[in-house]
Design a protein around this ligand. Structure first.
Ligand code: PRP
Ligand code: URA
Length: 208
């Protein structure tokens, strides 16, 4: 699908397998999610713009580089919190914003309850993170919100995507590239991704 990159790497596949396993406890789930997030963001940020910069080594001056743009990571709560630690290990200077959204269990529509978005992010590279892209309602709502007030160059990074969620993001935000570790088979009648990994927020925080 145009604009969708499935990050194809044995380490990503291994981390994802452990995350899918229902026997993986929350402590391991959090660590694996942090590690796989680094790998996914590494790929998602491959085309960051850079600026040349002279560097003084202990011996001489040489050509170096710096990132041309500020990076802003926006985590969709709660489960996106599980990806911010990995994002910050990769890009320690990034600023982090939060959008609180939960899915209504009946309608599956996203309900907003909190937001904290870094100011002056209009020229930044903005990476929205959430492990699960199911119906796509939460992702589309988050991207709508960010386009309204923040702008910047947006990308969406998730772990597992359902075909329905990808189609929704492509339809509403065709300009936003999506990166994931896997595209799963389908959504079930309760809006869960199959085979999926269950409720990501519950597995991160042990709230099952
Ligand atoms: C999960 C997940 C996404 C959303 C995906 O969050 O983290 O935000 O569902 O579903 P969608 O594509 O159909 O919108 P949830 O609503 O369970 O909240 P939580 O992260 O607080 O558990
Ligand atoms: N949210 C989750 O955490 N898991 C799913 O399978 C779907 C939505």
């Amino acid at each position: 699908m145009t604009g969708v990159t499935v990050v194809d790497h044995p380490l990503v596949a291994r981390h994802l397998s452990v995350l899918r396993d229902k026997a993986t406890p929350s402590s391991d789930f959090r660590r694996r999610l942090s590690d796989i997030s680094m790998l996914l963001l590494f790929e998602a940020l491959r085309d960051l713009r850079v600026r040349e910069d002279a560097i003084e080594t202990p011996l001489e001056t040489t050509g170096g580089m710096r990132l041309a743009d500020e990076i802003v990571v926006i985590a969709i709560l709660r489960a996106g919190l599980g990806m911010t630690d990995g994002a910050l290990r990769l890009i320690p200077e990034a600023r982090v914003g939060h959008l609180g959204l939960y899915r209504d269990e009946e309608s599956l529509q996203p309900v907003g309850y909190y937001e904290s978005i870094p100011r002056h992010a209009a020229d930044a590279e903005v990476v929205v993170v959430d492990p699960m892209l199911a119906t796509g309602g939460s992702a589309v709502s988050a991207l709508d919100r960010l386009k309204r007030d923040v702008a910047g160059r947006l990308r969406f990074v998730c772990l597992v995507a359902a075909p329905e969620g990808l189609a929704a993001v492509r339809e509403h935000h065709p300009d936003v590239p999506v990166f994931c570790a896997a595209i799963d088979r389908e959504l079930d009648e309760r809006g869960y991704i199959r085979p999926g990994l269950g409720d990501a927020g519950d597995r991160i925080f042990g709230t099952e």
